[in-house]
Ligand binder design. Structure first.
Ligand code: AMP
Ligand code: GLY
Length: 441
């Protein structure tokens, strides 16, 4: 099978590795020169992932059978529709179905129309004065979300990032004046609880879950600082979260199944990876957002422990014939920590060297995925985005965290930063205690 990977980050390196290990010949198109993906590829091409003509032309030229789309921007640009037209199977939704991620108002309205549980109170605005009036008139704490894509960095929470109504209104003004996320904003009720990611393989009808993962969006240790694309993540050997029950998983999965059903009935079946971000609250799971692709870093957690053939799963998604017995994961815990450029989240220092001893990393029971770096003259150099993902894998969380830390010793650089607290027992314990408080409400 000739499989095309679109994208050049840590998530796409993990996708390329899982395809290659399950017997695919990997080809890739990416905008940066990711050395891990380049090495796994029979051929690769450096191009913007949203340059639909170039990506499709290249796929046709290479005789690609199946394409796996990593990031959301090519989905929004209609890459899957264009590949479909050429008869190339895709793991990724069409432009219309990708609105599940690309339009926050679309998703909330779909949930409302089809009475899908887990929706959060919201109001959408296309002008600044209306949004301002809504904030002035409410007593509630709100979450401000630009309507379109912002790389996970546009959301600000009242009571956390926005201390006062005045600050909230200033941020609204900025969104509209600078056209952040396309201009337009959703104001949501603030949900209180613990967050988790549940991803699933979808073939248009069937929804088959992966292990739960918890990401850490805040830039600094102790969950403070600006929201980022995600600093690291962990998963447990039982594929649940330490603060989540099997019933929580069922309820979250039920929401995802109903979404897929609703989308089918609306005429845009959902095929690809569905990413559900949930807040476990006193009333059960609430939907924070959906993404139309694997999470990054979450993809590195789950694809590091996949024990069935990823190539076979991708074929099942593309052909609309995926079954539960084709999907399995090892009963292992994983801890992923992202090495990022110093200053990431505010003023990242690009263009600095990172030195990696890959053999030493592997000897520590860990896997390493290159992200938004470039290989230049045999050196690995940072960009303004996340640089290298390191995943410790073991029978329990504590051992996985330790394996990740040992492996991180073999990634060196003068201008890099890591959130070391991710997956540490004391941090996880705090989350479990928080959830116990929330459930008592
Ligand atoms: P998003 O980009 O939608 O994932 O939002 C980024 C982060 O903002 C999430 O990971 C949450 O921590 C927080 N957030 C978003 N929406 C809400 C909400 N309705 N209630 C509480 N926190 C939220
Ligand atoms: N880890 C969050 C995301 O991929 O959007």
């Amino acid at each position: 099978m000739k499989a095309l990977v679109v994208g050049g980050g840590g998530r796409e390196h993990a996708i390329a590795a899982a395809l290659s290990e399950s017997g695919s010949d990997v080809y890739s198109v990416m905008k940066n020169h990711n050395p891990g993906i380049a090495r796994l590829s029979k051929q690769y091409r450096l191009a913007p992932e949203t340059d639909i003509q170039k990506v499709v032309g290249t796929a046709v030229q290479w005789g690609i059978d199946l394409a796996v789309i990593g990031p959301e921007t090519p989905l929004e640009a209609g890459l899957v529709d264009a590949l479909d037209d050429e008869g190339i199977g895709c793991v990724g939704p069409t432009k219309a179905a990708a609105r599940l991620e690309t339009s926050k108002s679309f998703t909330r309205a779909l949930m409302r129309k089809h009475q899908v549980p887990g929706n959060i109170g919201f109001a959408a605005f296309s002008s600044f004065p209306e949004a301002r009036r809504y904030v002035q008139d409410t007593d509630r704490e709100l979450v401000v979300k630009p309507i379109g894509l912002t790389g996970g960095k546009g959301v600000k929470v009242m009571g956390e990032h926005l201390k006062t109504k005045k600050e909230t209104i200033e941020y609204l003004e900025e969104i509209f004046s600078k056209n952040i996320g396309g201009g337009g904003v959703v104001l949501e009720e603030r949900a209180i609880g613990e967050e988790l990611t549940l991803m699933a393989f979808c073939d248009g009808r069937n929804v088959i879950p992966m292990p739960m993962v918890q990401d850490h969006k805040r830039a600094y240790e102790g969950d403070v600082g600006p929201n980022t694309g995600g600093m690291g993540s962990y998963s447990m050997e039982d594929h649940l979260m330490p603060f989540a029950t099997p019933a929580d998983r069922e309820a979250s999965l039920d929401i995802m199944r109903r979404i897929v059903k609703a989308m089918g009935s609306e005429g845009f079946p959902y095929r690809g990876i569905m990413y559900g971000q949930f807040m476990l609250t006193s009333e059960g799971p609430k939907v924070i957002e959906f993404n139309a692709r694997f999470g990054d870093p979450e993809a590195m957690n789950v694809l590091s422990i996949i024990s069935s053939s990823f190539t076979d799963i991708c074929s099942g998604i593309a052909s609309g014939r995926l079954t539960e017995n084709r999907v399995s994961f090892e009963k292992k815990a994983t801890v992923c920590k992202y090495v990022v450029p110093a200053g990431y989240g505010t003023e990242p220092q690009a263009g600095k060297e990172v030195r990696v001893d890959e053999k030493a990393v592997a000897s520590e029971g860990a896997k390493l995925y290159y992200a938004m770096v470039n290989e230049e003259n045999g050196k690995i150099v940072t960009t303004t985005s996340r640089a290298v993902g390191v995943v410790g894998i073991a029978d329990d969380l504590d051992s996985a965290e330790k394996a990740c830390e040992r492996a991180l010793e073999h990634v060196q650089g003068e201008a890099i930063y890591v959130r070391h607290d991710i997956g540490r027992p004391e941090v996880v314990r705090k989350r479990v205690e928080h959830m116990m408080q929330v459930r008592k409400r």
